[in-house]
Design a binder for this molecule. Structure first.
Ligand SMILES: [Zn+2]
Ligand SMILES: [Zn+2]
Length: 254
């Protein structure tokens, strides 16, 4: 599978982008960065988006991705999220104040709804256009879930934001042919207290999570906060685990 990393940081400036990933050009995980880095035609190819949690750095571009669907003669966009996460999105984002509830408005081009919401049950695998998705809750400050995506005989795991966690690692260890794990290391080691209080990882606690993963796939640290990205990178290298990598904003072939 191809993984296009549109945003690999937990903060943004002119050169660093908020969390957003694209698999084989048509399935996205998180929407901090999607429209801002994709052409109109590239956006029209996206058929589904999994949202890990409703924090602004993971949903910033979602309203615009949905809005652009109005003038794209393409199928509807399916938004996937854990049920509790979907409830928060509909209450706090698509609530008719911050943004309309576009699931009730038909496309002027196709007459069909431009967006559908699909709430997921924790741990239950669902099929979508030939791939399968399993939402697995993680430990963040608010309801949040990572996702295991099985696509073309390969599997990839995204935790989204999380502090120390366990269920998703048990699932990962039981999943066949995992080609990559994308988790986080938000703060440098000297900010461990802040990381713990905000339910994030540092390279040190990322290293503790690594010990829970038995698969031999690369494990990427995403969501580095600015301006600590270099410190976090060198601390990840110092773990001396050949699986441990930092995630970069580039295209990966897995
Ligand atoms: Zn975040
Ligand atoms: Zn968050």
């Amino acid at each position: 599978m191809r993984l296009k990393v549109l945003g690999a940081y937990g903060a943004s400036d002119a050169e660093h982008n908020l969390t957003g990933y694209l698999l084989d050009d048509w399935f996205a995980v998180d929407a901090g960065t999607l429209t801002s880095k994709l052409s109109f035609a590239q956006q029209a190819r996206i058929q589904g988006v999994f949202i890990t949690h409703p924090h602004a750095d993971h949903v910033r571009d979602l309203p615009h991705l949905i809005h652009n669907r109005f003038s794209q003669n393409t199928g509807s966009l399916t938004i996937f999220a854990l049920r509790d996460v979907m409830d928060l999105l509909t209450k706090n984002v698509f609530n008719g104040v911050v943004w309309p509830d576009f699931s009730s408005i038909g496309s002027p081009l196709s007459g069909k709804p431009i967006v559908q919401y699909r709430a997921l049950v924790p741990g239950k695998k669902v099929a979508f256009n030939g791939i399968s998705l399993t939402a697995v809750p993680v430990d963040h400050q608010i309801p949040a879930a990572g996702v295991i995506v099985e696509m073309g005989g390969q599997s990839i795991v995204f935790t989204g934001d999380t502090g120390p966690t366990s269920e998703i690692w048990k699932r990962t260890n039981k999943t066949e042919n995992v080609v990559a794990v994308v988790t986080e290391a938000s703060f440098p080691n000297d900010q461990q207290t802040l990381a713990d209080e905000t339910a994030h990882l540092t390279p040190q606690s990322f290293g503790d999570e690594l010990k829970k993963i038995t698969t031999d796939a690369p494990v990427y640290a995403s969501h580095r906060k600015l301006p600590f990205e270099r410190d976090i990178e060198s601390q990840i290298k110092n773990l001396r685990d050949r699986r441990a990598r930092v995630l970069l904003e580039k295209n990966y072939t897995l």
